[in-house]
Design a protein around this ligand. Structure first.
Ligand SMILES: [Zn+2]
Length: 615
């Protein structure tokens, strides 16, 4: 998940520190291409285009025959589709990585636009395939799905057919795909570039500094209440300044989504996300209401925190303040050693894979100006390996982010063998390995710092992260639900209307324990998930609670769990989440399941209360 990051703060009384101990920790994308001018980029695009044309000539008739294809040619078709999809996507993935590392370099933006256009043109020849597959009658498709020759592609074939009621005709699909580039994708890019370049006028002791959004958000973790207040003012000021554009982008994305929902005959705006997540609406409902039933735990924690910090009122911008100002910093080399060790201790095999990320430079950790904020792990392509981007600023939180992204990396690395068409998991289980990896590292951090104050500080950090992942994401989903509904009923929404919906969505979680300031009303404006993938957020809640339950299983079962868990990661997205998790003895359709993780969180709050009473 994305987290906040900023260069080390400079205070006049202190020696000037380097920006980050991760300066110069940059990835080597050479396993994809040798730079922007690598002729192989053009070659891959040209070859993929030829292959796609040939693919269409060879297989269109085969799939459209009334009796359907025989298993052998269908297997050949899928094998070729897999290989050529990888070749078609590789230049775009490379361009996206290059662009995210330096969004203010126009030549990278140009490559991104060019490869995206080329990919879209190539894909025009492939659109028929899914449509023809889906159009086959069940009596023809079902025996193919079950055929042993097609076992490798089974889930792919099965899953596509679930979309059957929502496909349009081939010419319609082609037009929609082609218009994406100048439609949705363009708005997403405008959002990314706008928010990456926005500057917040932060009024510190040394006058007004222009900070990026990420740098400003990082100041909410400052021990000084005045700094947090100034950060809140700075972020709000810049959001207000860009609110017209950002509100328009959000309205546009919602409308685009609504048009999709209508054209594709979905019952409601969340249905396409549930289908993509391979999860039922009932499971999501059980998850969200279970979490909402534990708002009391959140409020108990915040009341304890206010007391611990001696604050009469805990404002929204105080929620992430460190309970102790003196938590140690962690330089990059130590963080790397600690995270590697935590994975190695869990499983030597996992440890070896994680080591490669450091030794072969698959991580970009240096927080450069112009670099995309937050953090992610890109699976890239199975013939290469994943790449991780983050902004390391020496905070213990950043250590957790590193562990998180490496969890994704491990998952993506292990699932390469199931092939390009099935290696990616739906969002629901995409966060499993990342949150699990965080827990492993968290426990090592606790071992490393036995002093009660630091332990309490770490525990509070972990609780706050879990709140942000489980509870806050449900709040965000409730906000999106309300915004999509209001957009449908009232037409284009004004910033103030959305501000109101945002506050309404936040009140139940915070209750009387946190005072939401007028500034906070504007803070939905920078949330990328709303723009990138509507209704993404509940998948984080799903992942967090799932992992808390898995951690308990690991503690109970020990090494027996490790092999089963790695096996789950290896399967990538080749089975649905309920199927995969059944292999670990977990039934996510049981509404009681979510309480396991919530109880663990509640226990952590109790532990923190006890530690706080001792200090
Ligand atoms: Zn993540």
């Amino acid at each position: 998940m994305t987290t906040t990051t900023a260069p080390t703060e400079k205070k006049s009384s202190e020696p000037v520190l380097p920006l980050s101990s991760a300066q110069g920790i940059a990835w080597d994308l050479g396993d994809l291409y040798q730079g922007l001018a690598d002729p192989k980029i053009e070659e891959d695009l040209a070859q993929a285009k030829q292959r796609a044309e040939r693919f269409e000539q060879t297989y269109r008739g085969l799939l459209q025959a009334p009796e359907g294809p025989a298993p052998e040619p269908l297997q050949q078709a899928l094998t070729e589709l897999e290989a050529l999809s990888e070749q078609m996507d590789k230049p775009l993935i490379f361009a996206m990585l290059m662009h995210s590392a330096q969004t203010n370099d126009p030549s990278r933006g140009a490559l991104l636009a060019k490869t995206r256009e080329a990919r879209t043109a190539i894909n025009q020849h492939l659109i028929f395939f899914d449509l023809a597959w889906v159009a086959l009658p069940d009596a023809v498709a079902q025996p193919l799905i079950e055929h042993p020759l097609l076992a490798r592609f089974r889930h792919y074939l099965e899953q596509k057919r679930l979309w059957k009621p929502h496909y349009l005709s081939e010419p319609e699909e082609k037009i929609l795909e082609e218009k994406q580039v100048t439609g949705r994708a363009a708005f997403v890019r405008l959002f990314d570039e706008t928010t990456a370049l926005m500057t917040c006028p932060f009024e510190g002791k040394n006058g007004v500094e222009k900070l990026t959004i990420q740098q400003t958000l990082a100041k909410l973790y400052d021990p000084d209440a005045a700094v947090r207040q100034a950060a809140s003012n700075a972020l709000t000021a810049s959001l207000k300044e860009q609110s017209r554009l950002l509100t328009f982008l959000f309205n546009t994305v919602i409308l685009d989504h609504q048009v999709d929902v209508r054209l594709r005959r979905f019952a409601n705006p969340m249905e396409p996300r549930h289908l993509a997540n391979e999860i039922s609406a009932a499971t999501v409902h059980a998850l969200m209401t279970s979490i909402e039933a534990y708002h009391g735990t959140v409020q108990r924690y915040y009341r304890m925190k206010a007391k611990l910090m001696g604050l009469p009122v805990l404002h929204d911008h105080d929620r992430y303040a460190p309970v102790f100002a003196d938590l140690p910093r962690c330089p990059w080399d130590e963080a790397a050693a600690l995270v590697r060790e935590s994975y190695r201790q869990f499983s030597p095999q996992a440890g070896q894979i994680i080591d490669q990320f450091f030794e072969r430079r698959w991580i970009d950790a240096d927080p450069r100006p112009g670099k995309r904020g937050g953090a992610f792990s890109s699976s890239a392509v199975p013939s290469a390996h994943p790449y991780i981007l983050m902004n390391y600023t020496d905070k213990l939180r950043d250590v957790m982010t590193l562990a998180h992204e490496l969890g994704h990396g491990l998952h993506q690395y292990l699932s390469r063998d199931v092939g390009y068409l099935q290696c990616d998991t739906p969002l629901t289980t995409a966060e499993t390995a990342s949150v699990f990896g965080e827990m492993l590292t968290f426990e090592r951090l606790l071992d490393r710092y036995p002093e009660p104050r630091i332990r309490l500080g770490l525990l509070c950090g972990k609780i706050e992260d879990s709140f942000a992942t489980a509870f806050r994401q449900v709040v965000m989903t409730r906000f999106e639900e309300a915004a999509h509904q209001a957009r449908q009923e009232k037409g284009e929404l004004a910033t103030e209307q959305l501000n109101d919906l945002w506050i309404q969505a936040n009140l139940p979680m915070h209750g009387q324990a946190v005072t939401l300031t007028p500034n906070y009303a504007w803070w939905w404006l920078y949330v990328g998930h709303f723009i990138h993938v509507p209704f993404y957020c509940y998948a984080y809640s799903f992942g967090e609670l799932l992992v808390l339950a898995l951690v308990q299983k690991y503690k109970q079962e020990g090494t027996a769990f490790v092999e089963q868990y790695l096996d789950l990661l290896r399967r990538g997205g080749s089975e649905s989440p309920p199927q995969l998790l059944r292999r670990l003895g977990v039934d996510i359709n049981d509404p009681g399941f979510w309480k396991l993780g919530l109880r663990l969180l509640d226990d952590m709050v109790t532990q923190a209360e006890q530690l706080a009473a001792q200090i």
